[in-house]
Ligand binder design. Structure first.
Ligand code: SF4
Length: 331
C-alpha cells in the first residue's frame, strides 16, 4: 500500500474512497468549524466550490483575504501559485490545496533559471511580476501585481523608471498601452486566454447585436480590440452588474459566469468560444479541484503547501509592496 507522500506525488491528492451517499456540503461545513478553516475560492472554480466558499474572488482579493484571515487553516480552492501566495502571507498557518497538480500554464512559461538570465540582460530594471508566477519568480521581483492593479502599480513608479513586466505578454502589452510606458516584456501567456477565436466571437456579435463583449487583459490583442470593456475578473463582474446592458459575451474563464448569473439573474451571459470544438473555455488546472478533493484535503489536511522560510521571506516583500500600493490607491 503506497504511503501518503507517494500518492500525493503520483496523483496530486489523496484518492481515498468516499461514501457516495455522503453529504459533502454538510461534511465540509462541519470540517470548517472543527478545524477553524476558511475556504478561499477563485472565480474560475466549479459552481459547487464557489457556493461553499467563505470568500470568492480574483487574485488580488484572495491575497488580501489570505493576509488578514484569523482562521488556523486556509483551504485554497484555486491553483498552486495562489496557495503559495497565501502561505507566503500567512506562513504560520496551514495552507491546503485540494489538488497539488492544479498548476498554471502561464506560471510555467517563466522558469526561474531562464528569468534570472533575462534579468541579467536588463540591468537597472525594476521587475513587476504578475501574481500568476511561482514563489521563486516572485522572490526575484520588486513588486507583484494582479490584473486589477497592474496599471496603478506601473503608474506608481517614476515615468523614467526602466521596467521588466512578466510573465504575461498580453497583459504587459495592455498595461504598456494604458500607461504609455515602454515595458520590457517576458514572453509568456495563458493557454486559456490565448485560444479565444476572434472569428467565432465576431459571428457571435453578429448573432447577438445588443451584446457587449467584455474581455480579460490576458486575451490576445485582436480580441481586446473587439472588446467593449476590458478588465480583471472582478472588474468584469462589477461591469455586468452596473451596466444597463442585458447581454454579454464573456472572454475569460467560464467559471466567472456563475457569479455573473447569480448577481444579475435577468441578464444573459454567453461564454466567448475558443478556437477548438468547445463552446466555452475552462482552465484545466483550475478545474482539477472538485468537491470530493476539497473534502479529502480538509479531512486529512493534505496536500499542504510547504516552502522554505528564506524563499517565503524574499517573496513576501514584492507581494507586500503590491498590497501597500493597492491600499494607498483604494483598490
Ligand atoms: S486561467 Fe490561465 S492564468 Fe489562470 S490559472 Fe488557468 S492557465 Fe493559469
Amino acid at each position: 500500500m503506497p504511503g501518503t507522500e507517494a500518492i500525493l506525488a503520483e496523483k496530486g491528492f489523496l484518492d481515498y474512497a468516499i461514501d457516495p451517499g455522503m453529504d459533502l456540503f454538510a461534511e465540509i461545513e462541519r470540517l470548517k468549524k472543527e478545524k477553524n478553516a476558511i475556504i478561499l475560492a477563485h472565480y474560475y472554480q466549479d459552481a459547487d466550490i464557489q457556493d461553499i466558499a467563505d470568500y470568492i474572488g480574483d487574485s488580488l482579493g484572495l491575497s488580501q483575504e489570505a493576509a488578514k484571515t484569523g482562521a488556523d487553516v486556509i483551504v485554497f480552492a484555486g491553483v498552486h501559485f495562489m496557495a503559495e501566495t497565501a502561505k507566503i502571507l500567512s506562513p504560520q498557518k496551514k495552507v491546503l490545496l485540494p489538488d497539488l497538480k492544479a498548476g498554471c500554464s502561464l506560471a510555467d512559461t517563466c522558469p526561474p533559471d531562464q528569468f534570472k538570465v533575462f534579468k541579467e540582460q536588463h540591468p537597472g530594471h525594476t521587475v513587476i511580476m504578475y501574481v500568476n508566477s511561482t514563489a521563486e519568480i516572485k522572490a526575484m521581483s520588486d513588486i507583484v501585481c494582479t490584473s486589477t492593479n497592474a496599471v496603478a502599480i506601473v503608474e506608481s513608479l517614476p515615468k523614467d523608471e526602466k521596467i521588466i513586466f512578466g510573465p504575461d505578454k498580453n497583459l504587459g502589452r495592455y498595461v504598456a498601452k494604458k500607461t504609455g510606458r515602454d515595458l520590457v516584456l517576458w514572453d509568456g501567456a495563458c493557454m486559456v486566454h490565448e485560444i479565444f477565436s476572434r472569428e467565432k466571437i465576431v459571428k457571435l456579435k453578429n448573432r447577438y447585436p445588443q451584446a457587449k463583449l467584455i474581455a480579460h487583459p490576458e486575451c490576445e490583442e485582436p480580441i481586446l480590440k473587439e472588446a467593449d470593456y476590458i478588465g480583471s475578473t472582478t472588474g468584469l463582474l462589477k461591469y455586468t452588474i452596473s451596466s444597463p446592458d442585458n447581454e454579454f459575451i464573456v472572454a475569460t474563464e467560464s467559471g466567472i459566469l456563475h457569479q455573473m448569473q447569480k448577481a444579475s439573474p435577468h441578464k444573459t451571459f454567453i461564454p466567448a468560444p475558443p478556437d477548438n470544438n468547445c463552446a466555452c473555455n475552462d482552465c484545466p488546472h483550475m478545474k482539477r479541484n472538485t468537491l470530493e478533493k476539497l473534502y479529502l484535503c480538509m479531512e486529512y489536511e493534505q496536500p499542504k503547501i510547504l516552502l522554505p522560510e528564506a524563499l517565503m521571506d524574499q517573496a513576501r516583500k514584492p507581494i507586500e509592496r503590491m498590497l501597500e500600493i493597492s491600499a494607498q490607491k483604494g483598490l
